[in-house]
Design a protein around this ligand. Structure first.
Ligand code: MG
Ligand code: MG
Length: 631
């Protein structure tokens, strides 16, 4: 499809916006009038700049408060329109967006709206321009696409059509299935926006909190599917009003924007594909079809960047946590530690990618390994979705592990399942003779989840990245109280829950999460949760080995008994061991505990889940944060 984006969706000057949009591979833009009004240059010059960047100006917007007005205002608006048409001709924009009237002067008379829009279209036709009518969710008398379509149909002018905007329809919970019955060639333009579900005034919601498709909670794929069923073949565009995007570097926003459209197209293509007995709607326009989302089956390793000294510190800490030193890499200053199916790698290799991250950010996680059936297909999917691939040098007898760069710069490696739970490492590491002799296993079996600390402007980027590239679906968005501000937390996981990430954003500059971020630059691992089958046993063994856990207030356990109907014996054990507890209303318990910090603000969590529990004990995070603050 022809892919477009409204200039209001990005930060920067108009020229910077166009450059970012062009670099991200868009075909065109919607010019938001305010961007032009403050542009140092003529409409003519703007048209040339856009053309030089390979961009068409698909739409000029918005033209407000036009239809169903008293005669005097209507005549004045026609004159106003002529001046906009002058600009559109000069810059080469073929279509003007007219949004439904919000003026107190507007008259509740659809036939008058149709007649006046007919006249506007007639004026546009004289210059070979077109007008699209869009229902704003807060329009005075026209707020639904069905009402706007009735007016367009009534106006009956070839240069007048409908403009659809997913936000206006879905925010009002209007049913989009009626769109499929509208003739595709009478839909002149399609604007897509997602949004988180918020209960607030729809105008405020629309102007500040829209997001790219795949970042929010609206059924944007279902909406797009109806537009395709109508036979629409015009531009697919993004119109996103978002306070955070207005300050995010526009190159990143433009990549997210493109990724969101590719995701939207590919998901719609999948949905439209199976109906063999139907006319092939999707075939009317070419939709993006990347390799399928990889079926991930677990987190296979976590790699830490360190220098020689901190590598030793990490080694000691891992030993206390019950990890064995398995071996040293064949060709690199890289050491492998293992417990159960958990592999921790410490990379002290000078001049490595990991090290350059380390020098910038202190001891930190620099890579995650995920298991999947076909690593090459996973990388192909990622690059198709505009992620960068990363090739590490491969020594003799070593396996190449395909990798991509995640937002923020860490690597994600794809490890072939066929190698077995630990297969990769056996091949690449020189195993140490006495590895088994050092065994002090604490019963930690696998990685439960990895929690990331993100800057505020990275959350939407990560939600879309994990969804479109890795096939992880976001869960509920929660707000948690740190003693010094709010933390927004959102889990993302694959279908069988073998890969779970938790995305945390500090809304305050003063929380521990925010301070960790200022050291790491964002996109950093914040804690690693490891699964065990008997948390009391594991905690006892780890305490004996010298691991210290974040102490939990006695008041927490008194309160727990009032919130949850819990067996007194279990409560006593939790209290004695300092273990936190959560129970999901449906089924399943979560028992967990946090270690005190290791280097760089990073810490570990031990977690025991019983069947049915599908979250992360987020309600207990304030107990940890408050305890850490009082330490
Ligand atoms: Mg719109
Ligand atoms: Mg956690």
């Amino acid at each position: 499809m022809h892919r477009s984006i409204a200039t209001v969706s990005l930060s920067g000057t108009l020229r910077q916006k166009l450059e970012a949009v062009s670099a991200a591979g868009f075909d065109g833009i919607e010019l938001f009038e305010a961007d032009f009004v403050n542009f140092k240059g003529s409409a003519d010059e703007l048209g040339r700049i856009a053309a030089d960047l390979g961009l068409s100006i698909d739409l000029y917007q918005p033209f407000r408060d036009f239809e169903a007005m008293p005669e005097a205002q209507f005549r004045r608006s026609l004159e106003r329109a002529e001046r906009k048409f002058d600009l559109m001709e000069a810059m080469g924009a073929p279509l003007m967006l007219c949004c439904s009237n919000t003026s107190p002067l507007a008259i509740d008379e659809p036939k008058l709206a149709a007649a006046q829009l007919h006249e506007l279209a007639e004026r546009a036709a004289r210059r070979n321009l077109r007008v699209g009518f869009e229902a704003l969710a807060w329009g005075r008398f026209t707020s639904l696409y069905g009402q706007a379509w009735n007016i367009v149909r009534e106006a009956d002018h070839p240069n007048l059509g409908l403009i659809l905007d997913s936000f206006h329809t879905l925010s009002l919970k209007d049913d989009p299935t009626g769109i499929a019955a509208i003739p595709g060639d009478k839909i002149f333009f399609l604007q897509m926006a997602d949004a988180p579900l918020l209960s607030m005034d729809v105008l405020q919601w629309a102007r500040h909190h829209r997001s790219f498709p795949g970042q929010g909670d609206l059924d944007v794929i279902g909406f797009f599917e109806q537009v395709l069923r109508a036979g629409y073949t015009g531009p697919l565009s993004l119109e996103i009003f978002n306070d955070v995007f207005r300050e995010t570097p526009n190159r990143r926003t433009a990549v997210d924007a493109m990724r969101s459209l590719l995701y939207l197209e590919s998901e719609a293509k999948r949905r439209l594909a199976p109906a063999v007995d139907e006319p092939a709607h999707a075939q009317r326009v070419e939709l993006f079809g990347p390799p399928a989302v990889p079926a991930l089956s677990g987190l296979s390793f976590i790699e830490f960047a360190a220098d020689e000294a901190s590598a030793l510190v990490l080694g000691t800490l891992f030993g206390q946590l019950g990890f064995r030193r398995i071996g040293r890499h064949r060709s690199k200053a890289v050491v492998l530690y293992r417990q159960g199916e958990i592999n921790l790698i410490v990379n002290a290799q000078p001049d490595s990618f990991a090290r350059s991250r380390f020098e910038a950010h202190g001891t930190s996680v620099c890579a995650l390994g995920v298991r999947c059936a076909d690593p090459q297909a996973a990388v192909d999917r990622a690059t198709a979705m505009r992620s960068q691939r990363h090739d590490s040098p491969v020594g003799p007898d070593e396996l190449s592990v395909p990798a991509i760069v995640a937002p923020g710069g860490n690597l994600i490696h794809f490890v072939a399942e066929s190698l077995g739970a630990n297969g990769l490492y056996e091949a690449d590491f020189i195993l140490e003779e006495d590895a088994s002799a050092l065994a002090a296993d604490a019963g930690l079996t696998q990685i439960d989840h990895v929690a990331l600390g993100l800057a505020v402007d990275q959350l939407d980027t990560w939600v879309l990245f994990t969804r479109a590239v890795l096939g992880l679906e976001p869960g509920e968005s929660l707000e948690l109280a740190d003693p010094f501000g709010l933390i927004r937390s959102r889990g993302v996981a694959n279908v069988d829950r073998s890969v779970r990430l938790v995305l945390n954003v500090s809304l305050s500059q003063r929380t521990r999460t925010a301070r960790t971020l200022s050291v790491t630059g964002g996109g950093a691992v914040h804690h690693i949760a490891m699964r065990c089958d008997d948390i009391f046993e594991s905690v006892a063994r780890l305490r004996a080995a010298g691991t210290r856990f974040v102490p939990i207030s006695d008041n927490y356990y008194d309160d727990l008994a009032t919130r949850i109907d819990i067996d007194p014996a279990l409560l006593a054990r939790l209290r004695e061991a300092g273990v936190l507890f959560d129970r999901s209303p449906a089924a399943g318990d979560y028992l967990h505990i946090y270690t005190e910090n290791i280097e760089g603000g990073l810490f570990f969590e031990l977690a025991q889940r019983t069947a049915g529990y599908d979250a992360y004990g987020a309600l207990n995070a304030p107990a940890r944060m408050a305890s850490q603050a009082q330490a």
